[in-house]
Design a protein around this ligand. Structure first.
Ligand SMILES: C[S@@+](CC[C@H](N)C(=O)[O-])C[C@H]1O[C@@H](n2cnc3c(N)ncnc32)[C@H](O)[C@@H]1O
Length: 347
């Protein structure tokens, strides 16, 4: 089989790149405008990171990275916040990033790789930029296929469902069959059940990323009263926030919950380390998830590093890197789909 090479646009801390590498796809470079991505991306993957706004990226630079005779792949996971459920009803902070799907399309248009792939939230399909992307890819002769992927059936211990799209000059790319069934899929216990116990605000002396954010006062009382799989509805009345008691608040029961040992966790977001930000309470310890637990639930390897040794660990920064990532096992499924496709077409 001809060697499969990829460039990762919007590469983040390298979830997608890690999965591609694990399946033998050579990744030539990752592009992202967030400088905090450089260390985790390069240190864990040995792939050059380019700090660059993809909307201003010269496609000739990307084209020039590919050696002759390889099968070229452009992978792109543009920021999903504008399309995410989590931003519904809140200030649309990322509204101006919708154009980044167009930036991805522009790179594909000029490079004309043999393969291209995207990963995003399902809501992306409602956006005109997505329709334009698919329409023009087809006009340029690509076969386009897209899948709603239940990540838990590919080994990711989350309820997350994602959109994966493929473009190929060879024919329609099929997603590999699920690697797990509902009975065998990993649970929260499989992934984080053996980590050392921590108190809220505590840190594991052997792993500074196994660190939990502080909880005090009313929030400590709240988590003590929280049940695995439950919500703030389990609390005594005096612990319930005024906004939740109000009529509108009752429609948001998905905050302030504990995860359940025997089930997949919720979708890991950029704020997964905060007990009040979703169902991110530890199943039986009185704290939110540690940064390491979030990374493991995103199926990063246990030794993946996010912060240079001499720098302090910041919850917000590391949470963003972890929560934004494509789960590594989802990326492996994408890579295996592409490799199977190339083999099938004798390329
Ligand atoms: C959903 S995340 C991608 C995650 C990554 N694929 C991974 O697996 O770890 C989107 C990324 O796009 C980056 N980003 C946002 N706007 C950008 C822009 N204009 N140019 C380049 N990167 C951008 C963000 O910094 C973020 O890392």
């Amino acid at each position: 089989m001809t060697s499969l090479c990829a460039v990762d646009l919007f590469c983040g801390a390298g979830g997608l790149t890690r999965g591609l590498l694990d399946e033998g796809v050579r990744v030539l470079a990752g592009y992202d405008l967030d400088p905090a991505c450089r260390y985790p991306y390069e240190h864990n993957n040995g792939v050059p990171f380019v700090e660059q706004d993809v909307s201003g990226l010269d496609p000739a630079e990307v084209a020039g990275l590919f050696p002759k005779g390889v099968i070229r792949t452009i992978a792109g996971c543009a920021p999903c916040q504008p399309y995410s459920n989590y931003s519904r009803g809140r200030k649309p902070v990322y509204e101006d990033r919708w154009h980044l799907i167009d930036a991805y399309r522009r790179i594909v248009e000029h490079v004309r790789p043999e393969l291209a792939t995207i990963e995003n939230v399902l809501q992306l399909r409602k956006h005109p930029s997505y329709a334009e992307l698919v329409k023009t890819l087809k006009e340029w002769g690509y076969h386009w296929t897209e899948f709603e992927v239940k990540c838990r059936l590919y080994g990711v211990p989350q309820t997350r469902t994602r959109l994966v799209g493929f473009a190929s000059v060879f024919g329609p790319v099929e997603l590999i069959a699920p690697t797990y069934c509902e009975e065998s899929r990993p649970t929260v216990r499989h992934i984080i059940g053996r980590l050392p116990s921590l108190a809220a605000g505590g840190v594991d002396p052997h792993d500074r990323l196994h660190v939990a954010s502080r909880l005090a006062g009313i929030n400590l009382k709240r988590i003590r009263k929280s049940q695995p799989g439950g919500t703030w509805r389990d609390w005594d009345d005096d612990l319930v926030a005024a906004c939740h008691k109000a009529k509108t608040g009752k429609t948001y029961p998905s905050v302030y919950g504990r995860m359940e040992w025997g089930k997949p966790g919720p979708t890991i977001t950029t704020q997964f380390y905060g007990f009040g930000n979703g169902r991110f309470g530890h199943p039986d310890q009185d704290r939110g998830l540690s940064l390491r637990e979030g990374a493991l639930l995103q199926t990063f390897p246990p030794t993946y590093e996010f912060v240079p040794p001499k720098e302090q660990v910041h919850f917000k920064r590391v949470g963003r890197l972890i929560g934004n990532a494509v789960p590594v096992l989802l990326a492996r499924a994408v890579a295996r789909s592409l490799k199977g496709h190339v083999e099938q077409h004798g390329a």
